[in-house]
Design a binder for this molecule. Structure first.
Ligand SMILES: Cc1ncc(COP(=O)(O)O)c(C=O)c1O
Length: 337
């Protein structure tokens, strides 16, 4: 790669696009500079400028991508069992300005994509999937691109498939959007001429090179994550003070999230025991000042608000040992006993 002196948009990127499309079962895949830009470019390509309904429980970057596309955002509540966007609540948020649904496959678990596809079709809305946490997830073997034209991925270093910095991709079921996205990410140019409005959202060759080396390991890493998640499931099934978040066999287990009573106390207890944890996410998006234009007050999305007070992400990565996961579970039990 270095000897070719081609550092952006070269053969490594093209090779990775083909390989990641094959892995996800998409017709095509277009690399971009981040998951946020994948969301922004998908919305721009779909011509969405009105309101976009997404979940209140996700990374702020989901909504950042929506605003970057020039659209506005409206948040829907989550299903309290799965913590994924609730299709019934999303239906209630649709109004005459709504142009798209943008559900997230949160924590590596699929959202209710079939119901949301129907909802989008019934209302003539675009459907863009945020799969930034769900590399390799399919619905009973069916690729996510079966359900919408745009599926957005992030290769932020902590993801199931991460690179050495920022990176992202849009997987798509059709070749025309892929052609347009390739032009849009590169300033809207054909050759040296900017033909259509574009942005600079290109992936570096060095990131593509790294991703090509990592991709063959992804299925194995996802399998390791699944085993560790099963260890946690068993060890915490009847643990007092803990409620498990519902997943199914389609999950790629990006994060292992529990709901806990006295979450912050439990977190301090685990930290003292040398166990690092996370909270994904501490504040639902409708309560972030940056998204105040949605005018959705505290109390308006009760399931997401409550979840943010209770959720805790336990250590989970492919190299974690099962004995270590058991020690985490034991430490949680000891807190509640
Ligand atoms: C659900 C979700 N959506 C969007 C993003 C944005 O991806 P990136 O950080 O690559 O821009 C992330 C990751 O941060 C994410 O987890």
């Amino acid at each position: 790669m270095l000897s070719r002196s081609q550092f952006i948009l070269g053969p490594e990127g093209m090779g990775f696009e083909k390989e990641f499309a094959a892995f996800t079962g998409a017709r095509d895949c277009v690399t971009v500079s981040s998951g946020t830009s994948a969301i922004e470019l998908s919305l721009r390509d779909a011509g969405v400028t009105g309101e976009v309904v997404t979940t209140a429980l996700t990374a702020p970057f989901t909504a950042v991508g929506i605003l970057a596309a020039g659209a506005s955002v409206r948040f829907a509540d989550v299903d309290p069992g799965t913590l994924q966007m609730d299709p019934a609540d999303a239906a209630n948020r649709i109004n005459r300005r709504t142009r798209a649904l943008l559900p997230v496959h949160l924590y590596g678990q699929l959202c209710a994509i079939e119901a949301l596809r129907k909802l989008a079709a019934d209302h003539g809305l675009a459907l863009i999937q945020d799969a930034c946490q769900a590399h390799g997830a399919r619905l009973s073997g069916r690729p996510l691109t079966r359900f919408s034209e745009y599926v957005c991925y992030s290769f932020y270093p902590t993801k199931n498939l991460g690179c050495l910095g920022d990176g992202g991709a849009v997987a798509t079921s059709r070749s025309r959007p892929a052609q347009r996205l390739r032009r849009m990410r590169d300033g809207g140019r054909v050759g040296q001429i900017a033909l259509t409005p574009g942005v600079n959202a290109r992936l570096d060759e060095i990131q593509a090179c790294y991703l090509r080396a990592a991709l063959p390991h992804l299925a194995g890493w996802n399998a390791s994550r699944a085993k560790l998640a099963a260890v946690y499931d068993n060890a915490l099934a009847d643990c007092p003070g803990v409620t498990l978040v519902r997943r199914d066999q389609n999950s790629v287990h990006h994060l292992y999230v529990i709901r806990a009573q006295r979450r912050d106390g439990l977190r301090r207890h685990l930290t003292r025991a040398g166990i690092g944890t996370g909270v994904h996410y501490p504040v639902p998006l409708h309560l972030h000042p940056a998204f105040a234009a949605a005018r959705q007050k505290r109390g308006s999305l009760p399931h997401a608000e409550r979840a943010c007070r209770e959720i805790l992400s336990l250590p989970l990565w492919p190299g974690l040992r099962q004995t270590e996961a058991l020690r985490v579970a034991e430490s949680i039990r000891s807190y509640f006993q």
